[in-house]
Design a protein around this ligand. Structure first.
Ligand code: SF4
Length: 316
């Protein structure tokens, strides 16, 4: 007789730490059982302008999370808030989208186990954004609770991402606490927020948005002087025009001298039917040829997690 709860219809697991099996992710810590309707089957699709189709894993995470809830309509445009319900500043709370334990898919730390803290909200709308769900989905949670949940996971590397993680100033309370606890902290930021607010110990992976993103004019020039040798700059390249623009930025801003690495990543080519509307992928081989021809020590990166798991899978 099979006593594994995973084998029972409608039973899903919710937990803070997940481990992958051949059929999905199951917890080894803080197991909680919840009986839920069996979610609809079907492809995992995330399209701009439409709701994603819930997957079994997504239903598990959201339905089991007492802190999950829709963002108030007033926050739909920006998708974030840093004040309490009465409008006062609340330094002890962050609007959180999700926490998950996975493999780092980007940067020079690609391949390393990493805990991800995804904060809700972003004030940009990049054409090829693959985390639109973080714009609106989130719930206010005390920093102390987030800290406790993250430190319970035996992993030395923590990335704070979004959305745009630097929109909420309280993030620096969490950042310092994680650093003081001995964690290596990374930020994945759009480059449209001031990075000088970050603790000098943190590693910052900062985007510079090329033209095809539609957000090129939001790059904050003052951030360039704030780059440090343990930081990295990332360009997501959608076409040849993006590439030429990015190479020109690398040269004129001396980015290779300022930071640990300059990363070029192709806009991910989605399988037919899973495309992000309005954004077409760039074949990686084409980007590789361009980089080689440039003669610059650019580091090409693929989003590793999109090869380990299905490209539109969340929480990985
Ligand atoms: S900055 Fe990041 S989260 Fe915001 S729209 Fe662009 S890709 Fe999406």
């Amino acid at each position: 007789m099979n006593n594994d709860p995973r084998s029972k219809p409608g039973v899903v697991l919710n937990a803070q730490k997940r481990t992958r099996t051949s059929t999905g992710f199951y917890s080894h810590q803080h197991l909680k059982l919840a009986r839920l309707p069996i979610p609809p089957s079907g492809p995992r699709i995330l399209r701009r302008g439409s709701e994603s189709i819930p997957t079994p894993r997504r239903v598990s995470r959201l339905a089991g999370d007492p802190y999950h809830g829709a963002m108030p309509d007033s926050n739909v445009e920006t998708g974030f808030q840093t004040t309490g319900p009465d409008g006062s500043e609340d330094a002890g709370v962050l609007r959180l989208n999700e926490i998950f334990h996975s493999i780092q898919g980007e940067s020079t730390r690609a391949g390393e186990p990493c805990v991800f803290i995804r904060l809700a909200g972003c004030h940009l709308r990049c054409s090829w954004c693959d985390t639109e769900y973080a714009f609106r989905e989130g719930r206010r949670r005390p920093v102390a609770e987030i800290l406790e949940e993250v430190l319970a996971i035996d992993c030395g590397l923590v990335e704070i991402t979004g959305g745009e993680p630097l929109l909420q100033k309280t993030v620096h309370v969490l950042e310092r606490a994680l650093l003081d606890a001995g964690r290596t902290v990374m930020f994945e930021t759009s480059g449209a927020c001031d990075i000088t607010a970050c603790d000098p110990r943190s590693e910052i992976i900062m985007d510079l948005k090329p033209p095809s993103s539609g957000e090129c004019d939001r790059n904050l020039d003052s951030n360039i002087e704030a780059l440090r040798p343990h930081h990295e700059v990332k360009f997501v390249i959608g076409d040849r025009n993006d590439f030429d623009w990015s190479i020109e930025r690398v040269r004129t801003l001396a980015l290779l001298d300022r930071c640990r690495a300059v990363l070029f990543s192709p806009v991910f080519e989605q399988a037919q039917g899973l495309e992000i509307a309005g954004a077409s992928g760039l074949p990686p081989g084409r980007l590789a040829e361009w980089i080689l021809a440039s003669g610059l020590p650019i580091r090409m990166q693929m989003q590793l997690h999109k090869f380990i798991w299905e490209p539109t899978t969340r929480g990985v």
